[in-house]
Design a protein around this ligand. Structure first.
Ligand SMILES: Cc1ncc(COP(=O)(O)O)c(C=O)c1O
Length: 365
């Protein structure tokens, strides 16, 4: 059994072949089509595709003008890229605590961490379960700061009936190889404000405004770069993979949610397991099925003996030297870090396999 699956549909293979046959590999009409299909099918706010989730997060900080001396609040329960993009702008990472029953940043801890230098909050929807976005955005608007959601795990999740990717000023998605929608590597930045969307399109391609610059007779576009830009665009080859995979994304997401529901029901009263919270006002994208488990190493070992992989996926990132090498005093984070573990929840699992995972866990470890 695999812990993650990389889904490549037949349609993706056909589209990739057609891109290769066409000879146009760079950003072109498939990128445009992928963006408009993401918007149409998943209801995302004007997705601007880029070459990774990390690029999408970084672009959000660039558009906000985050720089030296600025502070950005984030949870330590994430992958290092959420913190590294802050350092790329020479700004300071400020780690807030999480709710140990979700793995998501705690709004009350955010309030404690705000200073006059705070420029942004970067909530991470751990495993695909949406953060408390109303509370977080209320704090942000009260203090005049922006929210950049790290939705690398949360494509397809909803909060109060709104798709993640339509709520805050910025939302970053990842289409990396093991994400539930992959382009090989890739990502998207969704902006709720039109000016940000336009600027994101310019900055993802060296800062050159392609829509308003025509090649002269000499053969190069006439342009004036007014701000630092990046080579962050997606290419048509990657967009072809994504477009093909988008067709059956709703069904694959529904299957993950179905497996998640079975686990929640079947594992609810197992001694040594505490399930995470699942509020009625949001839906989970189930990139991960994370639980709090006693004697975690024994649990992982027992499952491995039966070829069922289990993993913490990411442990807290704040101790890395690059972030100052400290374990911040974060009690919810410490509790989550000590007990969290995830089991396979991807759509390739058969009912027989899901049942086998449940039986194995219920038998104890
Ligand atoms: C929480 C989180 N944020 C950001 C990223 C970065 O995404 P990418 O690998 O597409 O750059 C990841 C990657 O796995 C992630 O798990």
């Amino acid at each position: 059994m695999e812990f993650f699956n990389t889904h490549i549909s037949q349609k993706s293979i056909e589209l990739v072949k057609s891109v290769l046959d066409s000879g146009w590999l760079s950003e072109g009409k498939l990128v445009k089509e992928f963006e408009s299909e993401l918007e149409k099918r998943l209801g995302l706010a004007k997705p601007v595709t880029v070459n990774s989730g990390t690029s999408a997060l970084h672009l959000g900080l660039v558009l906000l003008g985050v720089g030296p001396g600025d502070e950005v609040i984030l949870p330590a329960q994430t992958f290092v890229s959420t913190g590294l993009v802050i350092l790329m702008q020479n700004a300071t990472t400020v780690f807030a605590d999480i709710d140990p029953l979700t793995g998501n940043i705690s709004p009350s801890s955010i309030v404690e961490k705000i200073t006059p230098r705070t420029k942004a909050i970067m909530p991470v929807h751990w495993g695909g379960y949406p953060c408390d976005m109303d509370e977080i955005n209320a704090i942000a608007s009260k203090h005049g700061i922006a929210v950049i959601e790290d939705a690398a795990h949360a494509l397809g999740a909803t909060y109060k009936s709104k798709p993640i990717g339509t709520i805050s000023r910025f939302t970053a998605f990842s289409f990396q190889a093991i994400k539930h929608l992959t382009t090989g590597d890739g990502g998207a930045l969704c902006c709720t404000n039109e000016e940000d969307t336009k600027e994101a399109i310019v900055r993802r391609w060296f800062g050159i405004d392609r829509a308003n610059s025509r090649p002269s007779i000499l053969g190069e576009r006439e342009y004036d770069i007014t701000g630092v830009g990046y080579k962050y665009h997606l290419n048509d080859l990657a967009a072809a993979v994504g477009l093909g995979n988008l067709a059956d994304f709703p069904q694959r997401l529904a299957r993950r949610q179905q497996i998640g529901a079975v686990y929640r029901q079947q594992l609810a009263n197992v001694p040594g397991i505490e399930l995470l919270r699942a509020a009625d006002d949001r839906t989970h994208a189930y990139w991960l099925f994370t639980m709090l488990v006693e004697r975690r190493e024994n649990f992982i070992r027992k499952l491995a003996e039966h070829n069922v992989p289990a993993s913490v996926v990411h442990l807290r990132i704040d101790h890395n030297s690059v972030f100052g090498g400290l374990h911040y005093e974060l009690t919810g984070q410490a509790e989550f870090n000590a007990r969290q573990v995830s089991i396979p929840v991807h759509e390739n699992l058969s009912d027989v396999e899901v049942d086998a995972v449940v039986k194995l866990i219920r038998a104890g470890w």
